[in-house]
Design a protein around this ligand. Structure first.
Ligand code: NAD
Length: 264
């Protein structure tokens, strides 16, 4: 039995907890990596964008550049990280991208890229880290899904398919590893105030035929009861809660942070 199993109160982010956060070069991933780095000296930031290096440096984390749209690169990432840092205690699958287009015009290569980065890469990374977690009798996986893992909106076919898939994968993994002290959960935010949303405004205005100035109010915040975007640090704090001792019985769950969007 490991030390972590003997002491449930230690089942949180200690200084030697190894945390891998994908897509941590900006946005939600950066906020999550920053929150975890305040507690552990062993946070690994990974991103396709070399800007992740500056983020890692600022928070005292390590940086590994990797393109999750390439299956071999994901395999290399997991084997390199495990070789350099040992078993991963906490995996945060966060990297993502959006493409706004009707299905009949949706580019095939963009479909493949989104499914690979947002569904297949999380599968590959879980496959790589779960054996170590099971062996040590403790581990946490937090998948940053979306309200679009639970419901659909038009013109985001690949993103919504990937997020629905990630929600299903989260539930399946949770059932498979619960007996080993490992939990797997998803966070499902509505719109979060990041570049991913800001970059959609022009596309949404064009597709809906409305001015860009009206997109936030008429499209982005329209379905939510709480008329504000979620801040990245709020998602980070939810992730911290999910790895902490009070979340030991929470697994296979979808933590919905959508301002009441799905309450309708
Ligand atoms: P963002 O665009 O600000 O950050 C995404 C990060 O992922 C970037 O640093 C980017 O470089 C990285 N990334 C993209 N493609 C990659 C690849 N091929 N390999 C490695 N890294 C790659 O977006 P964000 O808003 O911070 O989103 C983070 C996650 O949260 C995504 O999974 C997104 O779907 C999810 N999410 C976002 C919102 C929102 O409203 N912003 C809402 C719900 C869920």
């Amino acid at each position: 039995m490991t030390a972590r199993q003997e002491d449930p109160e230690s089942m949180t982010v200690a200084n030697d907890t190894t945390v891998l956060v994908t897509g941590a070069g900006r946005g939600i991933g950066e906020a999550v990596a920053t929150a975890f780095a305040a507690k552990s000296g062993r946070v690994i930031v990974t991103d396709i964008d070399p800007a992740g290096e500056a983020v890692a440096e600022a928070i005292g984390a390590a940086f590994v550049e990797a393109d999750l749209s390439d299956m071999d690169a994901v395999r290399n990432l997991s084997s390199r990280v495990i070789a350099d840092f040992g078993p991963i205690d906490i995996l945060i699958n966060n990297a993502g991208l959006q493409h706004v287009s009707a299905i009949d015009e949706f580019p095939d290569d963009m479909w493949s890229r989104i499914i690979q980065v947002m569904l297949t890469a999380p599968f590959q990374l879980m496959k790589a880290v779960l054996p170590g977690m099971k062996q040590q009798g403790w581990g946490r996986v937090v998948n940053i899904a979306s309200v679009h893992g639970l419901i659909a909106s038009p013109f985001k076919g690949a993103y919504i398919a990937a997020k629905h898939g990630l929600v299903g994968l989260t539930k399946t993994a949770a059932l498979e590893v619960a007996a080993y002290g490992v939990t797997v959960n998803a966070i499902c935010p509505g719109y979060v105030n990041t570049a991913l949303v800001r970059n959609q405004i022009a596309d949404l205005a064009r597709i809906r035929g409305i001015p860009e100035s009206e997109v936030v109010e008429r499209v982005i915040l329209e379905p939510a009861a709480v008329k504000r975007m979620v801040e990245p640090k709020e998602v980070a704090r939810m992730a911290l809660f999910l790895v902490g001792p009070d979340a030991r019985s929470i697994t296979g769950s979808m933590q919905v942070m959508d301002g009441g969007w799905t309450a309708r």
